[in-house]
Write a protein that binds this ligand. Structure first.
Ligand code: C2E
Ligand code: MG
Ligand code: MG
Ligand code: MG
Length: 287
């Protein structure tokens, strides 16, 4: 139901965007008001090691609880925020909030934060990241920035400089949604990624006999390993898929099978339970 609502809102927003500057301004105001009113919050989804089922980190995912429309999906409002320039302020809030939360977790647990291509094009991003780390005391290697292939669309010397500046801070970089969009292997040659996140569209159906996705995942993993990068399979929903993904050599799994994005309190309970080892849904233990 939430999904359908989200799509409804999306259509609503798209229509408004098409109807000129006045409505657009209203949306912009709505997002700005939401930020000031504290209507955004973060949900965290576990990222689990395939080797030993230990929770290695969480991806921070922004949520908007709209007073009238209810939950609005980030897939709907992030593009609007990008168009009206508010992504900078929202992104800064996400970064600060995620780092502050992660600083309370055990030392081996990382946090991943999504960075919009618009933020990535801003020369002030490294200072913003450094500021969030300094303010929260989070060790740089515990922060992973997720970047999509969108950052390569207007590729120039400055993107290479940005990669260098971010790596110089000691943070980790992940290439998100790999295999969608305008994938080019050239990106992997140039950019110092620590991890490739294999898009969930490749996990869908991969367990079916004769499905080609498994072969594609295997090839991506082999490429990543050669380049010294980790791999996370996104959108893993079933226990059968865990077995397949582990067999294909992915180093990490993220998906509903280990937990939906949840609030910070749930995360702390999860990290306390079973000493931070993840348990697949539907799987009962005596611990
Ligand atoms: P993403 O970064 O690829 O995040 C993964 C998305 O997959 C999340 O959707 C997550 O809830 C969903 N997901 C995780 N496991 C499963 C699964 O097993 N099955 C299925 N069907 N879906 C799963 P969400 O939270 O709706 O976010 C959508 C997108 O919005 C994100 O995709 C990301 O591109 C963007 N986004 C979210 N938070 C932020 C943010 O703070 N900043 C920016 N710039 N973008 C964000
Ligand atoms: Mg992501
Ligand atoms: Mg993704
Ligand atoms: Mg995505």
């Amino acid at each position: 139901a939430a999904k359908a609502d989200g799509r409804g809102v999306h259509r609503f927003y798209r229509e408004e965007l098409l109807h000129g500057a006045q409505n657009r301004k209203r949306l912009e105001d709505d997002l700005r008001r939401a930020l000031a009113a504290g209507e955004f919050r973060l949900a965290y989804q576990p990222v689990v090691s395939t080797a030993d089922a230990r929770i290695m980190g969480y991806e921070a995912l922004v949520r908007w609880d709209h007073p009238q429309r209810g939950a609005v999906s980030p897939a709907e409002f992030i593009p609007v925020a990008e168009e009206c320039g508010l992504i900078e302020a929202i992104g800064a809030w996400v970064l600060d909030t995620a780092c502050a939360e992660a600083a309370t977790w055990p030392d081996h647990v990382r946090v991943a934060v999504n960075v919009s291509p618009i933020q990535f094009a801003n020369p002030r991003l490294p200072a913003l990241v450094a500021g969030a780390l300094a303010a929260t005391g989070l060790a740089p290697h515990r922060l992973e920035l997720e970047i999509t292939e969108g950052v390569f669309l207007n590729e120039d010397a400055s993107s290479e400089q940005m990669f260098r500046a971010l790596k110089a801070l000691g943070v980790r970089l992940a290439l998100d949604d790999f295999g969608t969009g305008y994938s080019s292997l050239g990106y992997l040659r140039k950019a110092p990624f620590d991890k490739i996140k294999i898009d969930q569209s490749f996990v869908r159906g991969a367990i079916q006999p004769g499905n080609r996705n498994a072969a594609i995942i295997r090839a991506i993993v082999s490429l990543a390993e050669t380049l010294g990068m980790e791999t996370t399979a996104e959108g893993v929903e079933q226990q059968d898929e865990i077995v397949l993904i582990r067999g294909l050599g992915c180093s990490h799994i993220q998906g509903y099978v280990y937990g939906r994005p949840a609030d910070a309190g749930t995360v702390r309970a999860q990290l306390d339970a079973a000493e931070g080892y993840a348990v697949p849904i539907g799987h009962k233990t005596s611990r």
